[in-house]
Design a binder for this molecule. Structure first.
Ligand SMILES: Cc1cc2nc3c(=O)[nH]c(=O)nc-3n(C[C@H](O)[C@H](O)[C@H](O)COP(=O)(O)O)c2cc1C
Length: 201
């Protein structure tokens, strides 16, 4: 279990916003404190793929998510992409666990190269340099050799590369079942107890 009970959750601009929002809900219910960063493309995807209409401003998104997920005051903090004064930007104060869900191919590349061009990329770079737990829920198809090389390099650094690949052996009946299959595996990676899906065997 995460000793600080703090997690950074980032949404980049890949398809798969329902995974990230279901994960957010589960983390709130597990009483984790969440630092959230949403890239501009990530915001577009959330608004395209779900019934959410997120405002553009981090404070308003924070208020919206706090109400929507019935979170405690200050349990959810949302930071803008250029908020270099946020705790996420420094190894001295950042959560040691971060999930990027969904993770675009562009975001994967930037993290693999240590680009740190915005707070999302910097936060991931901080978790890597501090040897924390980084989980990337990558979604792209097909994958090019560039994507695969970045994934291999990051996996060798201990990053959990978790392509959003649901299994079908539990015979999902709804989209929610499919989403929960993936979110359950992410929660397992960051050692958050859950009841989302059956276990094998
Ligand atoms: C609705 C929508 C769906 C997208 N789906 C994907 C995707 O599944 N995978 C991906 O790598 N990029 C996808 N993109 C493109 C990325 O958003 C784009 O490359 C963007 O620059 C990523 O920026 P970010 O990583 O800073 O969020 C999608 C864009 C939109 C608007």
């Amino acid at each position: 279990m995460n000793s600080k009970r703090e997690i950074t959750l980032a949404f980049s601009g890949a398809s798969g916003a329902p995974y990230g929002l279901r994960l957010l809900e589960q983390l709130v219910q597990a009483d984790m404190n969440l630092s959230i960063v949403i890239s501009p493309a990530g915001l577009m995807v959330i608004n395209d793929e779900t019934d959410f209409v997120l405002p553009g401003n981090p404070q308003k998104i924070q208020a919206f998510l706090t109400e929507r997920f019935n979170a405690k005051p200050n349990q959810i903090k949302v930071y803008g992409k250029d908020d270099w004064y946020s705790p996420l930007a420094s190894g001295s104060n950042a959560p040691n666990t971060m999930v990027v869900c969904p993770c675009s191919a562009g975001c994967l590349s930037a993290i693999a190269l240590g680009a740190s061009n915005n707070l999302l990329e910097r936060a991931a770079d901080v978790v890597l340099k501090e040897q924390g737990k980084l989980v990337l829920v990558v979604r792209e198809m097909p994958l090019s050799a560039i994507h695969l090389e970045h994934m291999l390099n990051l996996a060798r650094l201990g990053v959990s590369i978790m392509p959003a690949n649901p299994g079908f052996y539990f015979k999902p009946q709804t989209i929610e079942d499919i989403v929960d299959f993936v979110v359950a595996r992410i929660l397992d990676q960051i050692q958050i107890p859950h009841q989302l899906s059956k276990r094998w065997g």
